[in-house]
Design a protein around this ligand. Sequence first.
Ligand SMILES: Nc1ncnc2c1ncn2[C@@H]1O[C@H](COP(=O)(O)OP(=O)(O)O)[C@@H](O)[C@H]1O
Ligand SMILES: [Mg+2]
Length: 287
Amino acid sequence: MSETPTSGTPTSGTPTSIAAGASPVELQAVTLGYGREPVSTYLDLAIPSGELTMVIGPNGCGKSTALRAMARLLPPRAGTVLLDGRDIKELSTRQVARRLGLLPQQSIAPDGIRVAELVARGRHPHQGPFRQWSETDETAVAEAMERTGVTPYSSLPVDQLSGGQRQRVWIAMVLAQETPLLLLDEPTTFLDLTHQLEVLDLCQHLTHDGDRTIAAVMHDLDHACRYADHLIAMRNGTVIAAGPPAEIVTTELIRDVFDVEAMIIRDPVSATPLVIPMIQRWSYQRG
Ligand SMILES: Nc1ncnc2c1ncn2[C@@H]1O[C@H](COP(=O)(O)OP(=O)(O)O)[C@@H](O)[C@H]1O
Ligand SMILES: [Mg+2]
């Protein structure tokens, strides 16, 4: 089953409202890459509005690259990126920053910066020469820190925190930006189980009760199946399948995407697909 992106036809000049069911962000036949060999060619991908989308796929298959293109950090060599139905090229930096927040896979904090200061940087798109720091900014920062559980560290330097604490500070910064669209690249990778579940619950809450749209790259397939409304499975720069986890996660899909033989059972708690890899003797001759 491959993705058929809905065409985000620009209907008017107002990028601030998203038509129900439309994709806030969409890649249309994009070619993406860094060097001579492209990472993706003719990649079509649409993030459904108001849902929690999770992107899975092996290392190096182009997940982060696709997210970067959606955030306009990497311009496509061909094809179009649509943000709320408009070509992202035509939007100002501030317009993009008010629509989407990106949590990159590896973020490096400026030397010596404290937690509250870093989270406050999420408010930059809302600042301007005539719009100074306000109570709204203060509240957004406090709420973002509260939701990610980093309030107790607010005055500590970020570089003194553990990897997991630091990751939650970055998530707080993206939340403080208060964008309707969040792109999170491996938001749970450095977290212990408790904090992974907290972040995933928060993502679910933000989408189902909070009108946000989230696309997150995930490595844990079972978490992805439990939490995603929409799953996108990628390999070699293309989308192999997209849809609700219960519809697309099969033995064949896991083989096609990861070269792993697996049995798919129903998660006894959530009734979502649970991927049980078969025991394999990995050959050391494997390339
Ligand atoms: N900044 C970069 N410069 C050159 N090549 C890159 C860069 N970032 C990623 N790549 C290459 O692009 C391919 C896709 O990478 P990436 O999108 O990061 O994969 P994923 O996120 O799925 O692990 C990989 O082969 C990777 O080595
Ligand atoms: Mg990546």
